[in-house]
Design a protein around this ligand. Sequence first.
Ligand code: SF4
Ligand code: SF4
Length: 305
Amino acid sequence: MHSINYNLTGTVFDIQRFSLHDGPGIRTIVFLKGCPLSCKWCSNPESQHIKPVIMYKQADCLHCGLCITACKIGAISPRNKGFINRDICTGCGECVNACPSGALVIKGRTMTIQQVVKELKKDATTYRRSGGGITLSGGEPLVQHAFAAELLKACKAQGWNTAIETTGIGTEESIETVIPYVDTVLLDIKHMDGEQHKKFTGADNESAKKNAPRICQISNTVIRIPVVPGFNFSAEAIKDIAEYAKTLMGIRIIHLLPYHSFGENKYGLLGQDYELKDIKPLRSEDLAESKKIVESLGFQCIIGG
Ligand code: SF4
Ligand code: SF4
């Protein structure tokens, strides 16, 4: 095992314990900030920007103006859409410190590898007993690839099982530094058509297609398809992805993730519009046909996961 730089810092926006859906056993999920995509259905829009972001809960605001005084660059005004001018906000957090009511919350903090590992150790016994471990998520963990790799190395040094949720979009360097330390890759494939991919996620799928074969070569990989009406909820789109998965090494399992709108309220807190507000969430039974298509191509198919 290579030496580990426990002082390396990264930007983390959440650490969630006792997860059952993001790899084997009971897991702790470390959410890293930064993503090359901005999927219209993203349930963690606060993860997309690499810098910390401020969420504003208008219902809790006392309209005292203390945050306006605290902000040295004038990013806060009742005249701004969503209260904060996010084009100039640096994420310094001074307004959050000044707010007496908790109406402002900062998402994203700088942590060292040592600090994250200390947090993860709280559940070490649970990982061992349940066959679980830690999962890196985001955002896209490959964005902070040096931090992600170092954190995974530190987890392996503890003997913990590791997993990563990724779009596979990243540089060659990010793949080669991170994936060798991952036991299970949960690889999101959203659409095989580049134009449709771009329309709904903000970027095409060229990088994902380039990296997927290499990821599958290095690590045990499970494909996950977020199934979204109006985007890829069609026999053709699901079949295209499953046929592509046939070309990748060692894929046996495909998860279909029914569209949900759990993150919708966060968009308002970030001063953004949720574009899919008219789309109804899918139930597991809505994906019965999609499941049959995936199974007909020889995969085990799990709805949810
Ligand atoms: S985080 Fe800093 S820059 Fe952004 S609104 Fe608050 S005080 Fe201003
Ligand atoms: S400091 Fe908090 S309570 Fe006061 S105006 Fe700002 S957000 Fe509202």
